[in-house]
Design a protein around this ligand. Structure first.
Ligand SMILES: Cc1cc2nc3c(=O)[nH]c(=O)nc-3n(C[C@H](O)[C@H](O)[C@H](O)COP(=O)(O)OP(=O)(O)OC[C@H]3O[C@@H](n4cnc5c(N)ncnc54)[C@H](O)[C@@H]3O)c2cc1C
Ligand code: SF4
Length: 479
């Protein structure tokens, strides 16, 4: 703790976003960067608490006080080394993590948390720019082969750790490029894809083999049986890509899509892929209705505005979250029920809560022209159980020519569960031990496919955990 008074004398300063009028015209990252002196000052605000709740809150257990101090002192190489001990890809979360750590920072009690996420990003960027991020070629190979199914953050984290331990790792990815939702889901204005490519170059140089365009499935390019025969262990990291549907009248009309259909296509267009006009999903000149009030919905807001939407409305069936403090999850827990207003929301949209969608409405030509919604109340039963949704009869039609369903995801694991005879837990997820081992001892699971849709930082932590599980599995076999 280089400057013990900084937290008293220096206020939290965020880098902020590019001006709204400028940023909605492109897909460049919206977040700006602070001048280096400001960044070092921000890092000096860390109080090096005796009990650092930030360690506890970050699923990776990052050691914030240690590297904040190094950043403050301008020791960027050492700062990156400390960060990299617990975190293989700080440049991803430095951009898109909801910063669970900051919510538990002691200074968050005064709404003055240390800018940990931004400092993380700055440390990683400085490390790349100064040439500190170099391939670390493992000194030996242990002769064991591990297959990773899915090239998202969980798969990459597992691959990285296993490779460093000396395993020979192959990542199988069904898409044309590696990255999972980082590449085909999260918009470029939150995470520029060169950030993924830059890391992949390092991972490849370190010896990981990436096989893209390979779907592992009974009817895919490689069957689970083939994988089982060729590899000593398998880590399943297929994510949770199956979107939750809304089974209401006229759901199948043209103009109603899953959020990811829009987001993935826009990511591909930004990467230079061309689509037939008839296949292109676009908000241009349309009233857009986004059903689902979460992060995926927010990404649809930002994308719709960039595509030139006439109006954007985001609705949510649950009640409006708390605006200031979350009494249900007080500090230092993550405020799950706090209203989140993203850079995309600030670019322009109407937000409404407690609205249930009853049906999609068609005009005389059979085209989508609106959605009928009903106001609902959420009533907690006398026994204090989960609140029940109660219709109020108050209905209205929200005009829209494009509707996007952003209502969460389920796991598409059935084929793997059957093929490898895996047990499921009570929630229907693949049952695993703490280190990701399934009921089939050579098969491990990590990331969203293990836990359900979650966060990048949790997927990375889960992938590293499964890698540790693989190592322990083989060390037990040796005995
Ligand atoms: C629109 C959107 C925005 C988000 N924004 C954020 C955010 O800002 N911050 C945040 O922390 N989290 C965010 N998330 C959540 C985050 O992206 C996920 O929690 C995280 O990517 C999960 O990582 P994963 O590796 O488990 O799965 P994924 O990222 O889904 O990767 C799984 C990979 O497996 C591949 N795959 C699937 N089946 C097969 C198969 N049979 N054979 C071969 N390959 C297969 C898929 O193609 C995919 O590439 C967002 C999610 C969405 C949908
Ligand atoms: S990964 Fe997320 S929770 Fe962990 S230190 Fe970085 S910003 Fe905080």
């Amino acid at each position: 703790m280089g400057n013990p008074k900084a937290f008293l004398t220096i206020d939290r300063k965020e880098a902020g976003y590019r001006p709204k009028e400028e940023r909605i015209r492109d897909y460049g990252e919206v977040e700006q960067t602070l001048a280096i002196e400001d960044r070092m000052q921000q890092a000096s605000r860390c109080m090096d608490c005796g009990v650092p709740f930030c360690h506890w809150a970050c699923p990776l257990g990052n050691r914030m006080p240690e590297y904040q101090d190094l950043v403050y002192k301008g020791k960027w190489k050492e700062a990156y080394q400390v960060l990299n001990q617990t975190h293989p890809f700080p440049e991803f979360t430095g951009r898109i993590c909801p910063a669970l750590c900051e919510k538990s920072c002691v200074q968050a009690l005064e709404h003055q948390a240390v800018t940990i996420r931004e400092n993380e990003c700055a440390t990683a960027e400085r490390a790349y720019n100064e040439g500190f991020v170099l391939p670390r070629i493992p000194a030996f190979r242990n002769g064991r082969k591990v297959a990773i199914v899915g090239g998202g953050p969980a798969g990459l984290a597992a691959a990285d750790r296993l490779n460093q331990m000396g395993y020979t790792v192959t990542v199988f990815e069904k898409n044309e490029a590696i990255g999972g939702l980082l590449r085909f889901g999260i918009p470029d204005f939150k995470l520029n894809k060169h950030v993924i490519d830059r890391r992949l170059e390092i991972l490849e140089a370190e010896g990981i083999t990436f096989k893209t365009g390979v779907k592992v499935a009974e009817d895919g390019d490689m069957t689970p049986k083939q994988l089982d025969k060729e590899f000593d262990a398998i880590v399943l990291t297929m994510g949770a890509e199956t979107p939750r549907d809304l089974k209401v009248e006229n759901r199948d009309v043209k103009g109603v899509y899953f959020a990811l259909q829009l987001l993935q296509q826009q990511n591909r267009v930004n990467a230079g892929v061309e689509f037939e006009k008839a296949d292109r999903i676009t908000a241009k000149g349309k009233n857009v209705l986004i059903i689902g009030g979460g992060d995926t919905g927010s990404d649809c807001v930002g994308t719709s505005n960039r595509q030139g939407a006439k109006s954007v409305t985001q609705i949510e069936v649950m009640p409006k979250p708390f605006e200031d403090e979350d009494p249900v999850n007080p500090w230092p827990a993550y405020p799950r029920l706090l209203l989140k207003t993203t850079s995309s929301h600030k670019e322009g949209c109407t937000r409404e809560w407690s609205l249930n969608t009853l049906r999609f409405v068609l005009d005389d030509n059979g085209n989508l022209c609106g959605a009928e919604v009903e106001k609902v109340d959420w009533v907690t039963p006398a026994d204090g159980g989960r609140p029940n949704m109660v219709p109020t009869g108050e209905k209205k039609i929200i005009p829209c020519e494009l509707a996007l369903l952003a209502m969460g995801f389920t796991q598409p694991n059935a084929q793997f569960v059957d093929a490898f005879k895996l047990e499921k837990d009570q929630r229907g997820n693949i049952a695993t031990s703490a280190l990701g081992q399934t009921s089939n001892p050579k098969i491990f699971a990590a990331g969203d496919c293990r836990t359900g849709a979650s966060l990048v930082v949790r997927a990375i932590a889960s992938g590293r955990c499964a890698a540790q599980g693989v190592e322990e599995y083989f060390s037990t076999l040796k005995k």
